[in-house]
Ligand binder design. Structure first.
Ligand code: COA
Length: 388
């Protein structure tokens, strides 16, 4: 029997604050329906200076690991495009905060919003070489475009942690994925910038083109068609993006198969709509939302389209496993404990981020109830704290 490898467990974490996008629309002189319907976002996570990709990644992973997993993890891969150091891997800090054994491999990978998928594919290779080992993949990002920019409404933050193992509880990844890369300047962030540069409309078109090319090639090579998929999960920089891509493929088809794919896209959009863009984690938060809210059954095939500007796309598929609910840390999807902030509070928090600042700083931790916090910076070193 062929060994199955894939996603065994998933958990999500975001920041303790959010901004209602109706408030943002009013402050920016836009019709709220542009944001709610045209972009497809209701709320966005707001990042206090005491949170960064390391604290978010540690929180997501801590919601997922039990004592057995901790023993079996051989490698921790943090996928991010909002890294906190140009040399040292965020995975080392995360491993430390999680209290994992020192005998573990720790690395960071980057390619815009795509690298979480690359990390999963690398993890499959490691597990195939030694099925006893598990790989912890954490896609963690802060999507930051800047105040008063076109991309502001599509900001967000959070992390999705995934355990990749043999005989996975959730999703057995199939062979035959199709990856595509081209040198495209649709979104990038030069090394001196804390905010992304983006040609949003161009990016949208490249995304759709990459989806159709990878999906068509996958279908040709694997002899598959739309009816072979219970759902197609998309990278969601904003939820309307998934709709644009799905509609480009479905056209005016109104049959039951197309309707099911449309309904399952709405299920995939439900949680991302409340959080915003997670960059590397967006596809995987969408997958979690689909598994919680969608019409999908064990044994069915889910297609996944991963996209990172610059640009890289990959279409791949997995078969949903009988006990997938056991691996889905659905409790981590609860967003009820977040606190709403006003637009001026959001702007103040936005400007307090450590970013490229070199000086020593001690942050006020009293406003952040999170377990893992960034307490400040000393001698150019970020200081992290774990609270019980
Ligand atoms: N009610 C409903 N819909 C409305 C509306 C209203 N009152 N006003 C505008 N809209 C719709 C528009 O018709 C448009 O829909 P469409 O895209 O289906 O045509 C949508 O809202 C956005 O309006 P638009 O004028 O195009 O917005 P924009 O110029 O502010 O740009 C983005 C939107 C998404 C391009 C911009 O926010 C951006 O650059 N975001 C970052 C891009 C990104 O994440 N790229 C990475 C992709 S992987």
């Amino acid at each position: 029997m062929i060994m199955q490898i894939g996603i065994d467990k998933m958990a999500f974490a975001t920041t303790p604050y959010y901004l209602d996008l109706v408030d943002l629309a009013q402050a920016r002189g836009e019709d709220p329906n542009k944001y709610l319907i045209g972009i497809g976002q209701n709320k966005q996570a707001v990042v206090p200076p005491t949170q960064d990709i390391v604290t978010l990644a540690a929180e997501a992973a801590s919601r997922l690991l039990d004592d057995h997993d901790r023993k079996d993890i051989s490698t921790v891969i943090v996928a991010t495009e909002s890294g906190i150091d140009n040399s040292k891997a965020a995975a080392i800090y995360v491993k430390q905060l999680l209290g994992l054994d020192d005998f573990v491999r720790t690395i960071e990978v980057k390619e815009a919003c795509y690298s979480g998928t690359a990390a999963i594919q690398f993890a499959r290779g490691l597990v195939a070489l030694d099925p006893q080992q598990k790989v912890l993949v954490i896609a963690a990002d802060i999507a930051r475009y800047g105040l008063h920019t076109g991309g502001e409404v599509t900001q967000g933050a959070g992390a999705v942690a995934m355990l990749i193992s043999a005989d996975p509880q959730m999703l057995a990844i199939e062979s035959g994925s199709v990856a595509l890369s081209q040198d495209v300047m649709d979104f990038w962030r030069p090394i001196y910038a804390t905010e992304a540069m983006v040609d949003g409309k161009y990016s949208t078109n490249v995304y759709i083109d990459f989806f159709q090319r990878t999906f068509d090639r996958y279908c040709q090579r694997q002899n598959k068609q739309l009816s072979d998929f219970a759902a197609l999960a998309f990278h969601l920089p904003f939820t309307k993006m998934g709709k644009k891509a799905l509609e480009a493929e479905l056209g005016d088809q109104e049959d039951a198969i197309s309707q099911r794919l449309r309904d399952n896209l709405v299920a995939e959009q439900a949680i991302p709509r409340e959080v915003g863009n997670l960059y590397t984690g967006s596809l995987y938060l969408g997958l979690m939302s689909l598994l919680v809210n969608g019409d999908v059954q064990p044994g069915e095939r889910i297609g996944l389209f991963s996209y990172g500007s610059g640009a890289e796309g990959e279409f791949y598929s997995g078969i949903l496993q009988p006990n997938y609910q056991d691996g889905l840390k659905a409790a981590s999807l609860a967003l009820d404990h977040r606190q709403q902030v006003t637009v001026s509070e959001y702007e103040a928090l936005f400007n307090q981020q450590l970013g490229m600042k070199a000086e020593d700083v001690n942050f006020d931790l009293s406003q952040d109830p999170s377990r893992f916090v960034l307490s400040g910076q000393r001698d150019h070193q970020r200081q992290y704290l774990t609270r019980s």
